[in-house]
Write a protein that binds this ligand. Structure first.
Ligand code: PLP
Ligand code: ZN
Length: 420
């Protein structure tokens, strides 16, 4: 088992591997520390062991914070886990690249997870750790996708689940949560109100709030996106990643995943330039980046990208530091640009993403138009969620041709491409 202890990101105080998340001394966030002295060794052998693992995130068990260690040959660990997340497609997107004047663009389609967003990665890890720690109830403060995933994992593992969401969430996301039998609590307020309430409840109840008291473990799940991208590129790093930013956890942990594998010799070369993507209606990190600030000023969210609507991002300062030290950035796009981003991705790749993916695609288009991307770069666009969950974003953006069932009506009513 490579996991060693928890450590404060600020003052480096050490804590045991329990359900704790904030430093008692300086109130900094806690993070998992590993001891890879037994993991390291022959790179070829390490790669072969990963490649021989299960077709889900547990192939990276050596780099995840579980007491159980790597999975056995019979998939023993897999049976502890319930819903397999990860191993989603990395698609070469030549038509998108051409539209943007770039050479090599890849789409990492994390909508292809059990509950159709990247949240299944973080929830799998948090819930598995919660079971190791003996919790019987799981819970979360969610902007939507986390609710879907916690409810589904609760159902798969027979744990009680309570999900707290802002009451104005998209109907699709509420329905796709309640169906699993979770207790759905719609809070009259925005995500930051939901999070505050859950932090209070967390102090009073013996529940595993996946993104509060289990947050150090939860966050580690996002590293698996980096591992997969590198493995799917043939053990190579991309030159640039464009990633959506809500709390900033996904953004910073993708980079951490690349770094960890570089330290072990599994990857070589420089860390990719990391570009964060936010909606203008909730862009505390992009604003701080533009203003040259080290910390974010909290905002009240107002955007169609509800899954990214966190006005007070916990990992904001770390996201800013990462963007600056990798030569990346953090940009914001308007709701109209988000809708156009969804359409651009759908029409050039066949991937239909939710509003968060519209944000990411629109930021990529903006970077390309601004000339920030060298045409020879290998760029990975991280698509984190499914278009069917935010259908309102595309309503009215195209025409349906309704006709009587006759050839005449078809010829009169439907414009046709003229073939020569
Ligand atoms: C939660 C979420 C994110 C990013 O979350 P972080 O809090 O920044 O880790 C990105 N995309 C989608 C679709 C999400 O649901
Ligand atoms: Zn501390």
């Amino acid at each position: 088992m490579a996991v060693s202890h928890l450590q404060c990101k600020e003052c480096k105080a050490q804590y045991p591997l329990e359900a704790v998340y904030v430093c008692e001394t300086c109130f900094g966030p806690l993070e998992v520390v590993y001891d890879h002295s037994r993991t390291s060794g022959d790179v070829g052998e390490l790669r072969r062991r990963i490649q021989g693992g299960p077709q889900n995130i547990w192939r990276y068990a050596d780099f995840l914070p579980l007491a159980g260690g790597p999975p056995g040959p019979s998939g023993r660990l897999a049976s502890r886990v319930g819903l397999p997340a990860g191993c989603t497609p990395l698609i070469r997107a030549d038509r998108l690249a051409e539209r943007l004047g770039l050479r090599e663009v890849w789409v990492k389609n994390d909508a292809a997870n059990p509950t159709h967003s990247f949240k299944d990665r973080v929830v799998s890890v948090a819930v598995t750790r919660a079971r190791e720690l003996g919790f019987e109830t799981i819970a979360c403060a969610s902007t939507g996708n986390l609710a879907n995933s916690v409810a589904a994992h609760g159902a798969a593992l027979g744990l009680d689940s309570y999900v707290f969401i802002p009451s104005n969430l998209e109907e699709q996301k509420i329905l796709a949560t309640g169906v699993y039998g979770a207790k759905v609590v719609a809070v009259e307020g925005n995500y930051d109100d939901v999070n505050r309430l859950c932090t209070e409840l967390c102090a009073e109840r013996d529940w595993a709030f996946v993104n509060i008291n289990l947050r150090p473990y939860y966050a580690e799940g996002s590293k698996t996106l980096a591992f997969e991208i590198a493995e799917q590129l043939g053990w190579e790093l991309p030159d640039r990643c464009v990633v959506p930013v809500a709390s900033g956890s996904l953004f910073t942990k993708i980079a951490r995943g690349f770094e960890e594998w570089r330290e072990l010799g599994l990857l070589e070369g420089e860390l990719p330039s990391m570009n964060g993507a936010q909606a203008q209606g909730c862009s505390p990190v992009a604003s701080a980046f533009a203003d040259g600030q080290d910390v974010c000023r909290p905002v009240k969210p107002d955007t169609i990208a509800k899954s990214l609507a966190i006005g007070n991002p916990a990992d904001g300062p770390y996201a800013l530091d990462l963007a600056r030290r990798t030569g990346g950035g953090v940009d914001a796009v308007t709701d109209d640009e988000i809708r156009a981003g969804i359409k651009l991705l759908a029409e050039t790749t066949g991937v239909f993403t939710e509003t968060a993916g519209g944000v990411t695609t629109a930021v990529l288009a903006k970077l390309a138009a601004r000339g920030d991307i060298d045409p020879d770069e290998r760029v990975v666009l991280v698509i984190t969620g499914e278009g069917l969950k935010t259908l309102d974003a595309v309503r009215g953006t195209f025409e349906t041709h309704t006709i009587a069932p006759t050839v005449d009506a078809f010829e009169a009513g439907v414009p046709q491409t003229v073939s020569v």
